[in-house]
Design a protein around this ligand. Sequence first.
Ligand SMILES: [Fe+2]
Length: 201
Amino acid sequence: MPTIFDELLERFQAYLAGVDSDLVADEVARIGWDMPVRSLEPRAIDCLGLLDRIAELAPTNARPLARFVADHRAELRWGQTYTAADFGQGFIDNYGWLEVFGTRGHFVNDAAAGGLLILGPGIIYPDHHHIAEEIYIPLTSGTEWRMGEGNFHIRDAGEVIHHASNVSHAMRTGTEPLMALYLWRGGPLAQKSIIGSGGKG
Ligand SMILES: [Fe+2]
């Protein structure tokens, strides 16, 4: 019998397999998908009420993953790297992530991390950067993304966004919540991002 964690990983991988991008295909091919499960206690966070709206907003190809996560939210271990001291309580109430695999997620992988980020509507995730190289794919549309010193651009669900090591980036949600799939490689995989537009931005 596959567990819900097996199915989570399978749906995560199945979504990625359908993304038409050489960058994503190369990264997917590098990931060792035969990962040991890690036993984790579930942990809830305040923004999980957004998951039903996110599952409605997700396009057809992302809906199986988004719906599954919404249906099984109480069995999963949700995390937050920041505290209210970083960006305020309003941010903390509307932010969190699920690490599917990595150095602390539901599956063990020391070379790459993958998961899902949630941001509520009307949230600014200010400039931040980290050593790991990152690929983001929004699963809901309408969030504005900025990289380096560039302007904010609205990104649609399914667009592939690549942040090289230490390049700063920021997000600004609109009237709807964001769910974005992320992949990290090449740095400390549980690093708390450095806040500010330092780095190579
Ligand atoms: Fe990032």
